[in-house]
Design a protein. Sequence first.
Length: 700
Amino acid sequence: MAKQKKTEAPTADIATEIRDRIIWLRAEVLEHQRAYHQLDAPSISDAQYDALVRELERLESQYPELVPGRSPVDQVGFAPKREFKEVQHRVPMLSLNNAFSAEDVEQFCSRLAQNLGLPMTSPDLVFSAELKFDGIAVSLRYESGVLVQAATRGDGSVGEEITANVRVISDVPKQLSGLDLPEVLEVRGEVLMRRKDFQELNERQSARGDKVFVNPRNAAAGSLRQLDPQVTAARPLGFYAYGTGEVRWAAGRELRLHTHSEWLDALGRWGLPVAAERIGRVDMAGLQRFYAEVLARRPELPFEIDGVVYKLESLALQARAGYVSRAPRFAIAHKFPAEEASTRLLDIDVQVGRTGALTPVARLEPVFVGGVTVTNATLHNEDEISRKGIMIGDMVWVRRAGDVIPEVLGPIVPLRPAHARPFVMPDCCPACGTPSIREPNEAVSRCPAGLTCQAQRKQAFLHFAQRRAMDIEGLGEKVVDQLVDQGMVKTLADLYQLSVSKLARLDRLAEKSAQNLLDQIDRSRSASLSRFLFALGIRHVGEKTARDLAQHFGSIKAIRAATHTELLQAPDVGPVVAASIRGFFDSPDQLAIVDALLKEIRIERLDDRPAVAPAAIEALPFAGMTVVLTGSLAGMTRDQAGDWILSLGGKLSGSVSAKTSLVVAGEAAGSKLDKAQQLGVRVIDEPAFLAIIAPYQQED
């Protein structure tokens, strides 16, 4: 990072405050480095640690005279554990400087160009971009193609020998292949644990009563640094290579490789795993596009990443750019918004859901994570709280990935205060006082009061109005609370009896807003069968099941008349789902609500169509296809287009990959269209899409 100019000398009092702050920050940073690198037990998130480091860098840069001596921000990793044999790295394993914004990346490129004496527009100033894995860095030494040694990063100069542990990782080749191998090849890469393997490991750990891991990174680090390789062998670890250390060729055998991308290609050719998600020879704009694309795809990747890495492509220019004390000048890590953070669990409340489920919700000391400030997070159920060992008052790990509801991952036990106390699930519904029940083989306690419980009634209305159900914009939590509390609606059908004069009585809802809401309610009088089914809130019937039922039976009449056995014939409908559907339509109260709704709502598409046989489904235009929608459509909303794709046999995906069958590109289609063209995926525009669905529109 660029050093700031020294400021004017502060007064004595201010100097003392600044000195004390620097000393405190140094101690904090050093302790967190030890917890992360040596103990594999961090107590704060990467983003929280980065904030401490940035503040320390700023103060040390402005006031270098106040606290002399080596700063922990110049330190790479941490000294090796004494239990492991030390390995001296022949080429230091350095860290990377971080960028947190597009402006940081621009400054990095500008500094680099200046250091190299190149204009920003130089054709030589091109980069590679790859993933920044969230695992543990290792170095693998191959001699004549044979793995002879493996080591952790350690403090960058000296690491821990973990050869026996690395040998049991199936992703790591013990013998490289190829006739053009170096005599000595030191491979740098990341040991990690894939999401699916991490989940399965924690399930096994929990079943045995053993410690569960907070995240895949901690699981990977703890599994790799075991004194017993058999423990490591039982853990599902993976590996990806991303660079090299020492390389030595036999006389006359040197392979001429001129760019970083060429080296990665060579590593892959010799049998080392190299991530496919990378690009080469791109300018600064290309780096930003790659960042945006990977950020969008982050949730669907099989492993955790916390950013992307940019490196100068030219190895000759890399050598010219050189290094600072702890990092190369020619590379930088562009970090993603943090998905995990630590904070204090202040209390646990219990919320009542649409189906009566009593869900513990954590009340948290506000913490910025996943791009927002989080104050509440789900705890799922009483058993989950017990399994994770969470107590009220704990410092806890919180995760929020993308738009996912924040979740408490687990406690930081060493920081548990003396006043921490266990959570006890209440015996009665906190909303209506009805004694709760917990059915055999269920993890959730429930309020059995149904719609007589105001909390369940409110949730039923909110579910009915949501975008993927009846899509009634404006019918939010505050409006629903007032409608139910004032007795203006008791069943879902009552929504369609509301008037402007009634709605205008509600707080903060003037006549114009009331009319807008009424217009939205009227607009919902026409809906697809799948949306209507989902909106009813039948337990275990989500969006996909509702679509499958609509496709299979074709009408609400057929679904409500179907026997348990007939329901089991629908795709992905098992005994539990079939029993729930049958129980819903066997209830006189529920049937009365459905009948009242059908007097107000017209079911579109498939309502009078007979059940679709499997052979007929295969003949549908999108059968077996994975389709991606991108850009805006003039003739319909994206949701409507998605409904058509699903009803005509297709599957929807939010990102383009090699498994994508088709991309429907509307106006202002962006990176998804670019990716489709790069991968050779078939692309059609809106007129072509409308032509495909036109025959089926005419059938309706």
